[in-house]
Design a protein around this ligand. Structure first.
Ligand code: SAH
Ligand code: SF4
Ligand code: F3S
Length: 479
């Protein structure tokens, strides 16, 4: 889930207690006790990790006496959790800052804080470029927010962009912001030690570190007890998860962590993202196959289908290696769905090399992909070493070919589900109608089906697929 499109702009603070159909008081933005409290408003962009971080920020702010609001006009503190992955993501943030400027001029005293990857990338420079920003806070500095806010309240413009080798926010109990009460994210690691040449993440998120396995399992159990039925374990490269007890008495790898979380409860579904093709092991695949509640779905970004381009990208696998991993997945987990990320028009990519990406989409038979044209990021290896020499219209044309083909493949993938019955976890009402529920199957496909009395979000049901588009399956409940 990447969100750098203004029309997809998701506010993470739009759930009030009234809207929470399950009636779980998990996130409350107004109550009698809160009347005199300060209010914060937060918007998140970028990957799931950022959304998960916003929940950590909400928890830290709650400790400081803030309550959240979905209305920025009445807030004392406006926060934007930013993404730097592509130029467009940063453009979106700057546009939002113009909107916040207006609110600020109508409500003097309101503070504006920039969090996340763009804060980390631009550091102090942000304050020079954006006159109305009061705070710049990097992803490892959220515990310092109360101090930074106090400083800003005193009229200082504050910055903390220190990256840490240890911070995992393990002890912080996130406040679930955009919660449907059924599915939640759990960060299991932070940072990234891979140096994919196109990618800004190692610079904005720092060194890779894994979170205490016990705190992860405890968070999953706690979510289960609160009624949640699905957790997604998050990391930039979950397969390199490795946690050792401080006294070195035990060490836990990703396959072992998956197993521990799966054992929390058979009715708690486990998902994870993102897997790196160079690191995903057969041990992980066998663990997925062994537990029914570990979903049969792997997000395995290929980036390019061509070995020379992959080498330039510093992905450290080649086409043959990737194909072998795809075969291993389908061999060990026959009904597994695989999805991908693709970049078109990377430095010096030829038409033939682009064709290799297209043929890889067919080979891997992805259920879906996130597709982008290459956007040079300052400071990355590619920006320093290679020329960004593919014209924009060529990048875009190649992207449209990738999208067109992926749509055909997704459509076919979904058509083969017609007539099959899947176990679906109900997440809530469908987008179009409150007469219908939506929910996902193990393969992460969204199914929409007419409601039946007595069923509610968080229930598992069997749904038979009757129709399919490239995006959604429609079906009916079976007993
Ligand atoms: N850790 C994940 C990806 C995180 S970034 C992984 O290794 O797969 C999410 C996706 O954004 C990447 O998979 C890549 O496809 C895309 N991306 C990253 N940098 C990009 C850039 N400079 N231009 C275009 N797309 C980019
Ligand atoms: Fe970026 Fe590569 Fe790390 Fe993913 S694995 S976050 S693409 S450097
Ligand atoms: Fe964006 Fe940072 Fe995530 S750059 S994709 S928000 S790790």
């Amino acid at each position: 889930m990447y969100n750098d499109n203004p029309t997809l702009n998701i506010q993470t603070t739009n759930k009030t207690i009234d809207e929470n159909k399950q009636g779980e008081v998990f996130f409350q933005d107004k109550s009698v006790d809160d009347a005199d409290k300060k209010r914060f408003y937060i918007e998140s962009y970028g990957c799931q990790m950022n959304f998960s971080d916003s929940e950590i920020v909400a928890s830290i702010l709650a400790e400081t006496g803030y309550v959240s609001t979905r209305n920025m006009e009445e807030s004392d503190l406006i926060l934007i959790n930013t993404c730097s992955i592509r130029e467009k993501a940063e453009d979106t943030v700057r546009k939002r800052l113009r909107v916040f400027d207006k609110v600020k001029s109508n409500r003097p005293g309101t503070l504006v804080g920039v969090l996340g990857c763009m804060a980390e990338r631009l550091k102090k420079k942000f304050l020079e470029e954006e006159q109305l920003v009061d705070m710049v806070v990097g992803p490892d500095a959220y515990r310092d927010l109360p101090n930074l806010i106090a400083g800003a309240d005193d009229g200082e413009r504050t910055v903390n962009v220190l990256l840490s080798r240890e911070e995992t926010y393990a002890d912080i109990n996130p406040i679930r912001l955009l919660s449907n009460g059924v599915t939640a994210f759990i960060s299991i690691m932070r940072g990234c030690d891979n140096m994919c040449s196109f990618c800004v993440v190692p610079f904005t998120r720092g060194r890779e570190r894994s979170r205490d396995a016990y705190s992860i399992v405890a968070e999953a159990s706690n979510l289960y007890d609160k009624g949640f039925r699905e957790v997604t374990l998050l990391g930039q490269n979950v397969d390199s998860y490795k946690w050792s007890a401080p006294d070195e008495s035990e060490s836990v790898n990703f396959a072992q962590l998956l197993e521990r979380v799966a054992l929390v409860h058979p009715d708690l579904r486990v998902r994870f993202s993102t897997s790196h093709p160079k690191d995903i092991t057969d041990e992980v695949l066998h663990t997925i196959a062994k537990y029914e509640n570990i979903c049969n779905y792997i997000h395995l970004p290929v980036q390019s289908g061509n070995s020379r381009v992959l080498k330039l990208m510093n992905r450290t696998y080649d086409r043959a290696w990737y194909k072998e991993r795809v075969q291993a997945i389908y061999r060990i987990i026959p009904d597994c769905a695989i999805s991908s990320d693709v970049i078109t028009g990377f430095c010096s990519e030829t038409e033939e090399e682009h064709q290799d990406t297209l043929s890889m989409l067919e080979y891997a038979n992805y259920s879906m992909s996130y597709m982008f044209f290459y956007s040079e990021r300052p400071g990355t290896l590619a920006a320093r070493k290679y020329e960004d020499d593919i014209p924009l219209e060529v990048k875009k044309r190649r992207l449209s070919e990738v999208i067109r083909l992926q749509n055909q493949i997704s459509f076919k993938h979904n058509q083969t589900d017609i007539g099959k019955t899947f176990k679906v976890l109900i997440e809530g009402d469908s987008k179009k109608s409150d007469q219908e529920f939506k929910g996902r199957n193990s393969q992460n496909k969204m199914l929409v089906f007419p409601k039946k009395e007595g069923l509610k979000p968080g229930d598992y049901v069997e749904v038979k697929v009757l129709e399919a588009t490239s995006a959604t399956l429609r079906g009916e409940l079976v007993d």
